[in-house]
Structures are given as structure tokens and as C-alpha cells.
Design a protein around this ligand. Structure first.
Ligand code: F0G
Length: 459
């Protein structure tokens, strides 16, 4: 039998940054100073930071080289034209508008489409997307397939929109529907991909009802890779050709380039319709800057143009998804409850089943995050009742998840082995951990700033 060859990180390291180390005593003190909310920790207090994959990845030598030759011309930066060329080739969308990050692209899109009293239909809206629809007086509806709500159900494309629900909503809301939006991959639903077949069917439905079909394309390359891996008939295609096909189904897209753009800051709003784009550019000048830089430095545009090419490299995507799978399988072997199957950018622990003695109103996700930090200086993020519960309305949510999000090209396999060992240790004494109670919270988006204190529970 020929020996199978491991999938390796497809890069070598040219510049290193020391990992902050700490003692258990220091971590206990720092967590207390942070009011038991890991969002309030400082970078230097964290050994491995899995809070987010947004803007936390490593750029390549080629991207740093492009930074040096970035053109800082205010109007008409050459770096903009290079980015425009790359984006047009990838997406087929003629109107390319840079923004400083994803949420500003969303705000400008929804303001341009005048969503007041209108409805946006999506598989799932990411939080900032929903907030931008709602702040402009619109209604954001999530129509993800029912299977996505069951963390244990296995399905290759749990990010798919329910086409029957989509059609019913298009009928019901008629004139009021502003657009159909597909988030690829579906971050809110566990980083789960959307199939090409589902994208095609959703686009056809939107167009049959005369509505624009758009993508929230923050993790478009990871979605393309899953289509290649999991969708019948796609295994021989390049991720680039799949991505090109996805974008060509659409009338526009917003993108947080901090994910699959492989940059630390940046976003894009791209549109087919020149008239709509002209309106968007007027808003852009008000809030972001001149249309050839959109809130970014010329060097940021230059690095993004390179990142959008690098992210479709097959060796990169194979390694990226393999590292998530590797972590998922290590935890699965140890019996750790998780959202299934593994998604694109993170592993989601099921805190409700991890700490069954902690009731939702005592925030089991916070318990788990804090134990990971105390045990190994690992920061993860609670996606459960602290994040989505609404004080005075609905205090708890259906799912209590903890997202362990992988920055791109940043950590190696031995870091992943370390992470798995830390999770296993916390799992071994899972019944001994406290719950939490809120001492102070902001009226909106409370998770980011809430102050908490531990409460002892019977195990
Ligand atoms: N859309 C999706 C699917 C996202 O995941 C994000 C950000 C945004 C839009 C907003 O983009 O941050 O550049 O303004 N997600 C990050 C996360 C913050 O941690 O999942 P942004």
C-alpha cells in the first residue's frame, strides 16, 4: 500500500511574531479585570486568538511587496484600476466600489436600494447585515433550510436557502421585496456552504419575480471549495471557475475583504447596474471617500488585488479546509459536542451539550469561552444567549454555540494540536464550571461590552 502524504501548510514562514505566554494566575486576574468577558481582554493577554477570522490573517510576501508599490494618488489611484481589473475578471460585475469594510458596503447598498418598509430575503443575514437593513427601516427575513437549525444533522450544504419559503415570501411580499441575498458561506449558520444548484435556483426565482439577486461574498472562495468537494459533478473544476460562475449568477455583491480577500482591512460593493452604482458612489463620497479609494489607502487596494488571486489557489484552499477538518476530527474523537458537519472558517462547539448543568440564562457559551481562556490562553467567541438574547424581550436563544474561528495562514498544525488538547482538558472537567450573570449591559449589541460575574451551580 502506498503511504498517504499529509496535507501541509502551503507556505513557509519568513517573518515571525512571538505568541504571548502567561501563567494561570495571570489569566485569572486578567479575566477578572475584563469582567469575565473575553471581548474585553487585550491582545497581549491571549496566546491563541480564535475570536474571528476577520482581518486577522497573514499577508503573503507578494502582498507586502504590492503594499510598497501601492499608488497613493487621491483620485485615480493606479492600485484602484488594478483591483478593478481583478474584480471584474473574477465577478463579471462592471461596477467596482471599494469600501473600508463589509458593513459599509452593506449600508451603502441598502441605502441606495431604499429598503425602508421593504423586505430583504436571505438564507441568513449576518448581524451587521441585519442591523443595516433594520436601521434603514427594512425587514430582514432569514429563510435558511430547516435542517440548518439542527446542529447534529449532517448535510453537505446546510447554508442553502429553502426555495419553497423563498418563493412563498416573494409571492407574499411582492412589490415590497428589495432583493434576494445569499451569504456564502453562511456565517450565522455555522460557516456552512451553499450549493451551486441552490444558488442557481434562488437566482432564477429572484429574477422570475424581477428582483435583484446578490451575494454577501465574504467567504466566497471557501464556498467554492466546498462546491468542488461536496457537489456532484464539480470535483474536476478549479475553484476560480466555480467562483466565477457563482458571481455571474448575481446582480451584485458586498464583500468583507477581511476574510477571503486575505487582507487586514477592506471591503467591496460591486454592481451590474451602472445607474444604481452612480447612486451608491454619491453616498460613498459622503461617508467613505472618493470612488477610487473608498476609505482605504492605495496600498490596501493593492494588497487586496493580490489577495483575491491568492485565495483561489487550490493548495491554499485544500490546506485551509483540511485544517478545520483536522481540528473537528480531533474533537469529534474525544466526544466533544459540535455543530455538524465542519464548515469553512471555524469549528462551532455546542456549549449547551458541553455544559448541560449551565442553563441558557446562565450563559453556557460564556462558561466554555472563559474555561478555554483560563486553561490555555485561548480566546473563542460566544454565539448564543449573550450575543443574541434581548434584555426584557427574549433573553435566550435556541443554540448556545462557541465559535473557534481560524485566522488565515496564521497558525500551524502544532497550534491546532495544542487547541485540541486545551478543549479536551476543559471537556474532562466540564461539570465543574460556573455559569455567569450579567452585572452591566448596553442596550444594543450587549455581548461586546457586557460585564459579568460567575455564579456557582450544582453540577
Ligand atoms: N458578512 C459576513 C458574512 C460577515 O461574516 C461579516 C463579518 C460581515 C458581513 C461584515 O464585514 O466586519 O468587514 O464589516 N464578520 C466578522 C466575523 C466580524 O467575526 O464573523 P466587516
Amino acid at each position: 500500500m502506498t503511504e498517504s502524504i499529509p496535507i501541509i501548510e502551503p507556505f513557509r514562514i519568513k517573518m515571525v511574531e512571538p505568541l504571548p505566554r502567561s501563567t494561570p494566575e495571570q489569566r485569572r486576574e486578567w479575566l477578572e479585570q475584563a469582567h469575565h468577558n473575553p471581548f474585553l481582554l487585550r491582545g497581549g493577554q491571549i496566546t491563541i486568538d480564535l475570536l474571528t477570522d476577520s482581518g486577522t490573517g497573514a499577508m503573503s510576501a507578494a502582498q507586502w511587496a504590492a503594499m510598497m508599490t501601492g499608488d497613493e494618488t487621491y483620485a485615480g489611484s493606479e492600485s484602484f484600476f488594478e483591483l478593478q481589473r481583478v474584480v471584474r475578471e473574477l465577478t463579471g460585475l462592471e461596477q467596482v466600489i471599494p469600501t473600508h469594510q463589509g458593513r459599509s458596503a452593506e449600508h451603502i447598498l441598502f441605502a441606495t436600494l431604499e429598503v425602508r418598509d421593504k423586505v430583504v430575503l436571505a438564507n441568513s443575514h449576518f448581524d451587521t447585515t441585519r442591523a443595516n437593513v433594520e436601521v434603514l427601516g427594512g425587514l430582514a427575513l432569514d429563510l435558511v433550510a430547516d435542517i440548518a437549525r439542527d446542529p447534529e444533522a449532517e448535510h453537505p450544504f446546510k447554508g442553502n436557502i429553502d426555495l419553497k419559503k423563498l418563493e412563498a415570501a416573494l409571492e407574499e411580499y411582492g412589490e415590497r421585496v428589495a432583493l434576494v441575498l445569499m451569504t456564502i458561506t453562511n456565517n450565522t449558520g455555522g460557516g456552512q456552504p451553499v450549493s451551486l444548484e441552490n444558488l442557481k435556483a434562488a437566482a432564477a426565482l429572484a429574477h422570475r419575480y424581477g428582483k435583484p439577486f446578490m451575494l454577501d461574498a465574504a467567504r466566497f472562495a471557501e464556498n467554492a471549495w466546498f462546491i468542488r468537494m461536496r457537489e456532484p459533478g464539480q470535483s474536476q473544476r478549479s475553484p476560480r471557475s466555480i467562483a466565477q460562475e457563482m458571481f455571474r449568477l448575481s446582480d451584485g455583491m458586498t464583500m468583507s475583504a477581511k476574510k477571503d480577500g486575505l487582507v487586514n482591512i477592506g471591503g467591496l460593493l460591486c454592481l451590474k447596474d451602472a445607474e444604481l452604482a452612480a447612486k451608491a458612489r454619491t453616498l460613498l463620497i459622503l461617508t467613505e471617500g472618493f470612488p477610487t479609494y473608498g476609505g482605504l489607502a492605495g496600498r490596501d487596494l493593492a494588497a487586496l488585488a493580490v489577495g483575491l488571486e491568492e485565495v483561489l489557489d487550490e493548495a491554499y484552499l485544500r490546506y485551509r479546509i483540511a485544517s478545520i477538518r483536522y481540528f473537528f476530527e480531533l474533537l469529534d474523537q474525544a466526544g466533544v459536542p459540535m455543530m455538524r458537519p465542519y464548515g469553512g472558517h471555524a469549528v462551532y462547539l455546542d456549549a449547551a451539550r458541553f455544559h448541560p448543568h449551565v442553563p441558557p440564562e446562565k450563559f453556557p457559551g460564556v462558561s466554555l469561552c472563559n474555561q478555554l481562556y483560563l486553561e490555555g490562553g485561548v480566546r473563542a467567541v460566544e454565539i448564543g444567549s449573550l450575543m443574541f438574547g434581548k434584555p426584557g424581550e427574549r433573553e435566550t436563544t435556541d443554540l448556545e454555540l462557541v465559535r473557534m474561528t481560524f485566522p488565515r495562514r496564521t497558525y500551524t498544525q502544532s497550534h491546532v494540536d495544542y487547541l485540541a488538547a486545551i478543549v479536551r482538558r476543559v471537556f474532562a472537567r466540564r461539570s465543574e464550571v460556573p455559569g455567569y450573570r450579567i452585572c452591566w449591559q448596553a442596550p444594543v449589541l450587549r455581548a461586546f461590552t457586557a460585564q459579568l460575574e460567575p455564579v456557582t451551580l450544582p453540577s
